[in-house]
Design a protein around this ligand. Structure first.
Ligand SMILES: [Zn+2]
Ligand SMILES: [Zn+2]
Length: 436
């Protein structure tokens, strides 16, 4: 990446972003400044000055400049369903949403459960517009029975383990997975669902499912597994990260576990802090997700959990599906929605504008917090850190139009929704990867 010595440049920097409000949650910096990058690294953060000499200058006055966003939970569908998303198109969607780094879940076809498969992801990632980090399976073929060769996966560069898409049903298998992952200081990301309790469910079990006559997935299907994983984390002293927390009870369990000093972290998705099960009355299969959209009480509990730090991260659970797959009777549609291009707008509109979180608090959940959980180099704006930077127009209003998404798939329930806060520019490794 570094330029060879001896090439003379008339510029001090490759890139300068001038006059923006720089927010870096790690250092606590929040103020107007210039940020300059050379050879893919941040080289200067200084009081704004009129005569900066850079090859490219981006005027960021009136904008917010933050570390390149990190999504620790995305499904990119390659290998196996390249008609729905590829690593490349997923990365295009990511940078359009302000993400400079994304972590891809291993429930592809075949799943990422061996070293060759991880190498395949990283080879494809070389052409991606953003950094792509690979998460490896906990168990072979995600069957929940036999652990993967976790050491091999770590050697190939996985940043976490997960059987996401399905739970690790056996407590014994989960215990063993945690004993191993602890040796590598990597978290196991748990999709908490007791599949017996949620069996056959297509939406949240509650008064709406009763009225619609649909089979429900009760909150306890999630909560009993959150409780189990908290106990296993306590027992093994390994790191458990709970994916897509969706119920009031889960938030409370995690809050109490953190108070007891257990090594547990968690994330919430934008759809779980924005939508409730009421939307299912429209029979929009794009709102069919797992875990399901729940009640207003749960939405409020997630917002409180984000505010008091119980919930560490906002992650998209970006899950592309083709129109053909989703355009069937609600009961038969697959779970999942595409989230990379609406996440930031929903964070700004639902959390910042409604005063649940300040800008620095919200940005921490999309940058330094996931970076710490996964030991990633990004997520901070400091000297000699990678020049991954996202520029946001906090005032811009826009209407979600899924047909214009960079993602190959358009399965979003947010079409037509008015949002505030728009990504102006995403810089990855010192280069402009997306510009509005
Ligand atoms: Zn999941
Ligand atoms: Zn997922």
């Amino acid at each position: 990446m570094n330029k060879p010595h001896g090439i003379k440049s008339n510029y001090d920097f490759d890139l300068a972003i001038t006059g923006g409000r720089i927010i870096d949650p790690e250092s606590g910096r929040d103020g107007i400044a210039d940020i300059c990058a050379r050879d893919g690294m941040i080289k200067v953060i200084q009081k704004t000055e009129p005569k900066v000499r850079a090859r490219e200058i981006i005027d960021a006055r009136g904008k917010i400049v933050v570390p390149g966003l990190i999504d620790m939970h995305a499904h990119l569908r390659e290998p196996g369903r390249e008609d729905e998303e590829t690593i490349y198109t997923g990365s295009c969607s990511a940078v359009a949403g302000g993400f400079a780094s994304i972590c891809c879940m291993p429930n592809t076809h075949p799943p990422i459960d061996n070293q060759e498969a991880v190498k395949f992801i990283y080879q494809k990632a070389q052409d991606a517009k953003c950094r792509v980090y690979c998460i490896g399976c906990v168990t072979k073929e995600q069957k929940g029975e036999e652990l993967t060769e976790m050491n091999d996966l770590v050697q190939a560069g996985v940043v976490a383990f997960s059987d996401d898409g399905r739970p690790v049903a056996s407590g014994q298998v989960m215990r063993n997975a945690l004993e191993y992952s602890k040796m590598f200081d990597l978290p196991v990301i748990s999709h908490c669902e007791d599949a017996n309790l949620s069996d056959g469910g297509v939406m949240h079990e509650g008064f709406v499912s009763t009225e619609l006559g649909m089979c429900g997935m009760p909150s306890i299907a999630e909560e009993v597994m959150v409780a189990r994983d908290i106990k296993l984390a306590e027992f093994t002293e390994a790191r458990v990260h709970i994916a897509h927390v969706s119920t009031e009870g889960s938030v409370e369990l995690i809050r109490q576990a953190k108070k007891r000093g257990i090594l547990i972290t968690c994330e919430a998705t934008p759809h779980h802090f924005t939508l409730t099960h009421e939307i299912i009355r429209t029979f929009d299969a794009n709102a069919k997700v797992n875990p399901p959209l729940r009640t207003e009480r749960d939405v409020q509990a997630i917002k409180r959990g984000l505010k008091d730090g119980t919930i560490d991260c906002v992650a998209t659970d970006h899950a592309p599906h083709s129109v053909e797959e989703k355009d069937v009777e609600f009961d038969f549609a697959p779970f999942g929605l595409v989230g990379l291009e609406t996440a930031l707008g929903l964070v700004v509109t639902e959390l910042i504008e409604k005063k649940f979180l300040s800008w620095p608090q919200a940005i921490a959940k999309l940058t330094i917090n996931p970076a710490r959980i996964l030991n990633l180099p990004g997520g901070r704006l400091k000297l000699n850190a990678p020049a991954d930077i996202t520029i946001i127009d906090p005032k811009a209003s826009w209407t979600v139009d899924p047909s214009r998404f960079q993602s190959k798939s358009k399965n979003s329930p947010f079409g037509g929704r008015k949002l505030r806060g728009k990504v102006v520019c995403t810089i990855v490794d010192g280069k402009v990867a997306y510009r509005q």
